[in-house]
Design a protein around this ligand. Structure first.
Ligand code: ZN
Length: 237
């Protein structure tokens, strides 16, 4: 005769039967052994491999605008497709674990490059405190913490803050957008960045305005090398 506590072990399986887990990218049911993203999606999602490609399109985004020595993204962003579903889940469906999971996954790929590059820390692009309270977490910080888990490079969320909260800026031209985010980040512990190799981490890179501002602010504090890693980029294949 089984004791009560032995039955508790089967509860997760029963819960899975009632609420089948689905792939965040394609919505198909996950099978046993699959986590978050199903195996077909893991194979088919459009990875950039930009970390192995000097002079890649993400690095080119910053050319003539900010000194960025290294930049790469995990996936190509395509509107309406699976990568967008992933980003949507991270940003609007409270799927904090997914951001961490992707960081951990990407970390295994970029580990060697980051080691050669002697990276000191990841700094996620901060959310304004009001926005952080509203969402409960910063998706870029969760992605960074996942990167930390597989690279052992620390994530610091206490060095950079966002001082002004801006609404969507999609209708403005690049220059105006840049003006809009200019001076809206600030470094909090000024002495800690001198001579360091920093990787700025964000969820998506489109125009690069936000990361450009962050790069300028940390470089004013004496950062030696600046890199960028994001989950997705709008660059073309
Ligand atoms: Zn899938």
């Amino acid at each position: 005769m089984k004791r009560f506590w032995e039955h508790i072990n089967v509860l997760p399986d029963i819960i899975k039967l009632i609420y089948p887990r689905t792939c965040v990218a394609c919505g198909q049911k996950l099978v046993q052994g699959e986590e978050m993203i199903c195996i077909p999606c893991r194979i088919q999602l459009p990875q950039t491999h930009f970390h192995l490609m000097p002079d890649n399109p993400v690095e080119k985004v910053f050319r003539g605008r900010a000194k960025v020595d290294f930049a790469a993204s995990l996936y190509f962003f395509q509107k309406g497709l699976r990568v967008q579903h992933i980003l949507h889940a991270i940003k609007y469906k409270q799927n904090k674990k997914l951001a961490y999971f992707l960081g951990e996954y990407y970390g295994t790929q970029v580990k060697d490059v980051l080691q050669k590059w002697q990276v000191d820390m990841f700094i996620p692009v901060p959310l304004h405190p009001a926005k952080l309270r509203q969402r409960g977490y910063n998706q870029s910080a969760e992605f960074a913490k996942g990167l930390t888990a597989s690279t052992s490079i620390p994530t610091r969320t206490d060095l950079l803050t966002r001082t002004v909260y801006t609404e969507t800026q999609t209708r403005k031209a690049r220059f105006e957008r840049w003006e809009n985010v200019k001076d809206k980040f600030a470094v909090t512990n000024t002495g800690e960045l001198t001579g360091k190799h920093i990787i700025l981490v964000d969820d998506v890179i489109t125009t690069g305005s936000t990361l450009e501002s962050c790069a300028q602010v940390i470089q004013q504090m004496g950062v030696d090398k600046t890199g960028v890693l994001t989950i997705a980029c709008a660059a073309h294949h």
